[in-house]
Design a protein around this ligand. Sequence first.
Ligand SMILES: [Zn+2]
Length: 102
Amino acid sequence: MSERTPEPMRRIVAARARSYCEYCRCWEQFATESFTVEHIKPRQAGGETVLENLAWSCFGCNGHKHTKTQARDPETGRNIPNSTPLFKGVSSTKSTYLYSHS
Ligand SMILES: [Zn+2]
């Protein structure tokens, strides 16, 4: 964690995710650890610090994923690319779906 994402970029990513972890969907307000900007494609793998490659991530998800770019699918047992956050690119209209549940 030597290189930090610029603060304005952090705020954009956080606002875009509405402070929800983009991987597990937990809400930052309820988290004990601070959230962080996560590189979807790790910097070590050539991932750039651009909005398209950044996801708002809770401490747990960020620590869990680390630099792995593949994950085992629990249903099929196959390795799948871990490059796409579950809720990546949720539009504002789709986001209202979350609120309508409560
Ligand atoms: Zn998470």
